[in-house]
Design a protein around this ligand. Structure first.
Ligand SMILES: Nc1ncnc2c1ncn2[C@@H]1O[C@H](COP(=O)(O)OP(=O)(O)OP(=O)(O)O)[C@@H](O)[C@H]1O
Ligand SMILES: [Mg+2]
Length: 458
């Protein structure tokens, strides 16, 4: 029989006592610890062999925890890292979780039970991510998944994750800014799951007043409260054997979150005012456009519910970080609008596309959809031209430098453009020349990747 590969955990700390203590806890969990005294030594070890998880201190000489995580992020190394933090340092730790994609943080002194629970999740997460990457490679590159358009690497990763998680009953937490397609992703998970023929029920936790949300979720019996004239079936029962989409979960009252957690754990609901419990078989997909770590810190989201929902996490990238998807998205949305408004728009001028690429899309795909809807209605047929662009996209701005289409290989801009405009357009131009590879672009331009990100995001 083949031996199971040990689960390897790298413990990084300059304090040898602390390092040994954490290693012993890792051992007690049945995982194999390895030690490094600082970030530099950790990088060496990570470079010469793969680990399933990292537990690292923040403050260390030579190369500290934050620098270690930054380097891993730059290398594209996705090994989940748990960051140890001193008392009173939580907000720093939260920003590290967010900015440097640490897996989670843990306050010292480290409690073995908590470390074990976190390590288990981190290892599970790492395994799923590795499988998803493999599936993605096997499936080859496709530009769409059901109604979702996205040939960019970031979206391909999202598609692979959706395909990976859909067949299971695991809860999924979908993150991403407003308009990035969270609901569309939730629907895709449902449609690709064995539950596809059962209902997909969506409930927006932000849109319901507090006193109604529980009755919406769990239903009520006649007379359960003033105004409950008849029995009402709640979303959980409606979604039986299907999928329940809990949108804007962080806006759900925390008291209701506790009840929701109980329902998810027990698989049973009791209608308000009811005496008996009903078994339910519902797969839950939740969404939020807040950062969950921050929402937990602000006490908007219960940490235990977060763990329960976040069995699998999918983060949708902002449109400004995947502008290479714009042409295909524009085509798909024009098609949709032609059908919706009975129009016959058949193309989009390259000048117009260039403007769309220069825009930062704070409202993401929803904003793009609205812009194109207005343009298609305005044009009715033929080609979308600069004159169809809404004023919010700055048309016509005399001095706006427009990068030349990719194929020309030559950067030009109009006379009178400001240095700032030229810089921004040159960054976009460079990106368009090399398939939007930001790391390469930053190297070519001699600037940091972070600076490049902020310049294209403005
Ligand atoms: N990848 C995509 N391909 C095609 N259309 C998309 C894509 N992503 C989003 N859309 C479209 O953009 C609009 C917004 O998507 P959706 O409602 O799923 O976003 P959301 O993240 O749930 O937004 P919010 O946070 O505001 O609720 C929808 O009309 C959706 O069809
Ligand atoms: Mg939504």
């Amino acid at each position: 029989m083949a031996e199971l590969e040990p689960i390897r955990v790298l413990v990084v700390d300059d304090d040898s006592e602390q390092r040994d203590a954490v290693s012993a806890m890792v051992c007690a969990k049945g995982y194999l610890p390895e030690q490094a005294q600082n970030g530099e030594e950790a990088l060496e070890k990570l470079g010469s062999g793969s680990f399933n998880a990292i537990v690292t201190d923040l403050f260390m000489p030579v190369l500290d925890g934050a620098q270690l995580l930054r380097t891993l992020l730059e290398r594209g190394d996705l090994t989940p890292a748990i960051v140890l933090t001193g008392f009173g340092d939580i907000s720093h730790a939260v920003s590290i979780v967010h900015d440097l994609r640490a897996f989670w943080f843990l306050e010292k002194p480290v409690q073995p039970m908590v470390l074990h629970a976190l390590l288990e999740r981190a290892v599970h997460h790492e395994r799923l991510a590795r499988e998803a990457a493999m599936l993605q490679r096997q499936a080859g590159y496709h530009g769409t998944l059901l109604d979702m358009v996205g040939g960019s690497q970031a979206m391909q990763q999202v598609f692979a994750l959706i395909q990976r998680v859909a067949p299971s009953t695991a809860s999924v937490l979908v993150g991403g800014e407003s308009g990035t397609g969270k609901e569309l992703a939730a629907r895709a998970i449902h449609k690709l799951s064995p539950r596809a023929s059962a209902p997909f029920v969506a409930i927006n936790c932000a849109a319901l007043p507090e006193h109604l949300i529980e009755s919406e979720l769990f239903g009520h019996e006649r007379g359960a409260f003033t105004g409950a004239m008849a029995r009402r079936i709640g979303c959980f029962e409606q979604a039986h054997r299907g999928t329940l989409f809990l949108d804007e979960i962080t806006e759900m009252p925390v008291g209701t979150q506790a009840k929701l957690l109980r329902v998810l754990q027990d698989g049973k609901i009791r209608r308000l005012g009811g005496t008996s419990e009903t078994l339910i078989d519902v797969r839950v997909v939740a969404a939020t456009n807040r950062q969950p770590e921050k929402a937990i810190q602000e006490k908007r989201l219960r940490e235990d519910l977060y763990y329960r929902l976040n069995v699998f996490q999918i983060s949708l990238p902002a449109l400004r970080h995947r502008k290479e998807d714009l042409p295909a998205l524009a085509d798909a949305l024009i098609c949709e609008m032609n059908a919706k408004h009975d129009c016959k728009v058949d193309a989009i001028e390259s000048d117009v596309l260039a403007r769309l690429i220069l825009h930062s899309w704070p409202g993401n795909v929803r904003e793009l959809r609205n812009v194109l809807e207005r343009m298609v209605i305005g044009a009715r047929e033929g080609t979308l031209q600069l004159s169809h662009l809404p004023p919010t996209l700055g048309v016509p701005q005399m001095n706006l430098p427009v990068p030349e289409p990719q194929s020309s290989g030559e950067f030009r801009f109009r006379e009178g453009a400001t240095l700032d405009e030229v810089e921004r357009a040159y960054i976009q131009f460079t990106l368009s020349q090399i398939g939007n590879n930001k790391r390469r672009a930053a190297k070519i331009l001699g600037i940091g990747e972070r600076t490049l990100h902020s310049r294209v995001a403005d």
